[in-house]
Every structure is written in structure tokens, then in C-alpha cells.
Design a protein around this ligand. Structure first.
Ligand SMILES: Cc1cc2nc3c(=O)[nH]c(=O)nc-3n(C[C@H](O)[C@H](O)[C@H](O)COP(=O)(O)OP(=O)(O)OC[C@H]3O[C@@H](n4cnc5c(N)ncnc54)[C@H](O)[C@@H]3O)c2cc1C
Length: 290
């Protein structure tokens, strides 16, 4: 099938793009096109105006400091292949290895992934795990959206129609943290049925100081397991503590769809959480200077 008729626009500057978003009725931004173009061609989505932001300068790049800021138009491949990011926050590249295929990652962007907001999207899960702040702009000015406030419904981000994501800031755990990102999908490159991401940071006494766990694919948005995280803090993340955290993962609400039943998703959540925490514990420096 082919997309229904629309007008194509290619702004050169951010101001021009924001002007178009504000004034054109029925407009959508085009980033990597890896989700939107397929949806237009299959006529799941309709637009009157497509605003292609691929030539807008200043929207791509990775800045590392205490936090990590990634521009909205940064390609998934550039994030995956950044040596500095891989050294500071290896879980991001690990998750990106599950996102589609080489060719889709060459074009797909982090802003597009967050804009599309598939419930099982790995980058959406990473943003949730790492307490992301999403930076948006409109002609009315800039605005920051905490990731917890971002999902408004199924594939419905908390953005106004005239707003554009310009970047995302991730809050990494302390250096020496252990991490793991595991997922179950029907085929490699498919969206996850369930995915689990976790980080564990230990203090100098070898106790967990910071635990983070996210489940993707269970509901409309990634789910942080606050109860399991709290349970792990202060422990050595011994197998009993990990089993208790996995038990919490396995009793979360989950959706049923053509891919998997609620029961199966819960089973996956429990098994993957146990494996991920075990792997994260093994990778952590346990408070030792590395
Ligand atoms: C074969 C295949 C397999 C895939 N597998 C996976 C997978 O396993 N996991 C996964 O997560 N993804 C997967 N994807 C999707 C892929 O990661 C897309 O790249 C991503 O979902 C959208 O990014 P994009 O840059 O291509 O955005 P686009 O398709 O251009 O846009 C997607 C949506 O975001 C909006 N948008 C884009 N940029 C912005 C912005 N700056 N501000 C506000 N809104 C914006 C658009 O208007 C649109 O609604 C797959 C895609 C394909 C084709």
C-alpha cells in the first residue's frame, strides 16, 4: 500500500520546524521514518503535513558528564557505537542490540523511538530505567518532562501537538555498577514480548546502594519495580534476595495479545528478572575501586 496524500516540508532550522508544528494542521515530525513511514504506508496513520527534521542542525549528539544528554536526532547506531557511552553506561548499547536491525538502526533515532512510544521499545525502557528527563520545545518555549509523566496512554506521549523532543538526559548509576538487559522476542530484531533491564550499584561494604529494575512489554509503558528495588537495597543481592525480587516481577499485571498471554508474560518477567539481577551482580565492582 501507499500512504495517503500529504504535503512534505523540510525545515532547515529548529525555529522553522517549530513554526511549522505550530501553524500546520494535522502535522507530524519525520525523524528516521522507521516506524512512521510504515504506519503511513499501511494507512494506520494519516497526516496532512510531514515535517522532515533530518536537516535541522543541533539536534544530534551525545554529551557525557555527571548525566548523559543525547540529542533527539541521534541515530540509534551512533548511540550503540559510541565508545565513551559504552564505557560509562554499557546497558544502553546492550539494549540497542535488540532494537530492530542494522539498517533500521542506521536511520532510527532516539527521539523517534520516544515519539513513537511502542510499549516494548527498548529505548523507552532504558529511559525509564535511567530516570530520564525528556527535553521538548515549542514556539511557547522549552519544557522538561520527567519520564514518569511522559506516557499518557497506549502509544500516546505526553507532548502537545506543537512540541518537538529535542533531547533526553539520562541519570546513570555510580561508576562500577553492574547491569544487564535481557529480552525474549519471537525472532531477533522483533519487538520484545518482555524485556528486563537492571542496574545494581554497591557501597564500600558490599551492600546494594542503588537498585533499578524495569520491565518492558507488560503494559502501555515500561514498568519500574519500586518494591523489588527497595527490597534489594541494603542486601548483598544474594540469590535469596534476587529470588524475592524476581517473585515480585512475576506477579505484576501484564497484557495479553496475539504474541503472548498475560500468564506467559508474567512467567517471562520473573525468569528474566532473576537472570538479569544475577548477571548484574556478577558484573558489579561491589564497592571495590576498579
Ligand atoms: C523491521 C523493524 C524492526 C524494528 N524493531 C524494533 C525493536 O525491536 N525495538 C524498537 O524499539 N524499535 C524497533 N523498530 C522501530 C525503530 O526503532 C524506529 O526507529 C523507532 O521506533 C522510531 O524512530 P524513527 O527515528 O525512525 O522515528 P519516525 O518513524 O520518524 O517517527 C516515529 C514517531 O515519533 C515522532 N517523532 C519523531 N521524532 C520526534 C521528535 N523529535 N519529537 C517528537 N516526536 C517525534 C514521529 O512524528 C512519529 O510519530 C523497528 C522498526 C523496523 C522497521
Amino acid at each position: 500500500m501507499k500512504a495517503a496524500r500529504f504535503d512534505y516540508h523540510r525545515p532547515a532550522t529548529r525555529a522553522e520546524a517549530l513554526d511549522m508544528l505550530q501553524t500546520l494542521e494535522g502535522a507530524k515530525l519525520l525523524a528516521g521514518g522507521q516506524s512512521l513511514v510504515a504506519m503511513l504506508n499501511m494507512r494506520y496513520a494519516f497526516v496532512d503535513h510531514l515535517i522532515d527534521i533530518n536537516r535541522v542542525e543541533g539536534l544530534a549528539g551525545i554529551a557525557l558528564g555527571d548525566t548523559i544528554r543525547i540529542g533527539a536526532m541521534t541515530r540509534q547506531r551512533d548511540i550503540l557505537e559510541s565508545p565513551a557511552l559504552k564505557a560509562r553506561l554499557p546497558i544502553v548499547a546492550a539494549a540497542l542490540n535488540f532494537v530492530g536491525h542494522l539498517h533500521t538502526r542506521n536511520r532510527g533515532t532516539i527521539g523517534g523511538s520516544l515519539g513513537h512510544m511502542d510499549p516494548a521499545a527498548e529505548l523507552f525502557g532504558i529511559a525509564t530505567l535511567l530516570d530520564a528527563t525528556i527535553h521538548v520545545e515549542s514556539r511557547r518555549g522549552p519544557r522538561d518532562v520527567a519520564i514518569a509523566d511522559y506516557p499518557q496512554g497506549y502509544m500516546t506521549p505526553g507532548l502537545d501537538p506543537d512540541e518537538m523532543i529535542v533531547g533526553v538526559t539520562l541519570a546513570p548509576p555510580a561508576a562500577g555498577h553492574g547491569w544487564s538487559f535481557l529480552e525474549f522476542a519471537q525472532r531477533h530484531g522483533d519487538f520484545a514480548v518482555v524485556a528486563v533491564g537492571t542496574t545494581l550499584a554497591f557501597d564500600s561494604a558490599g551492600k546494594v546502594a542503588d537498585a533499578r529494575i524495569v520491565l518492558c512489554g507488560m503494559g502501555i509503558a515500561p514498568l519500574r519495580l519500586a518494591e523489588a528495588e527497595a527490597l534489594l537495597v541494603g542486601t548483598t543481592a544474594e540469590p535469596e534476595a534476587i529470588a524475592a525480587a524476581a517473585e515480585i516481577a512475576g506477579r505484576q499485571e501484564a497484557m495479553s495479545d496475539a504474541l503472548a498471554s498475560e500468564t506467559y508474560r508474567r512467567h517471562l518477567a520473573g525468569v528474566l528478572t532473576r537472570r538479569a539481577l544475577t548477571e548484574a551482580r556478577a558484573r558489579a565492582s561491589h564497592g571495590k575501586v576498579q
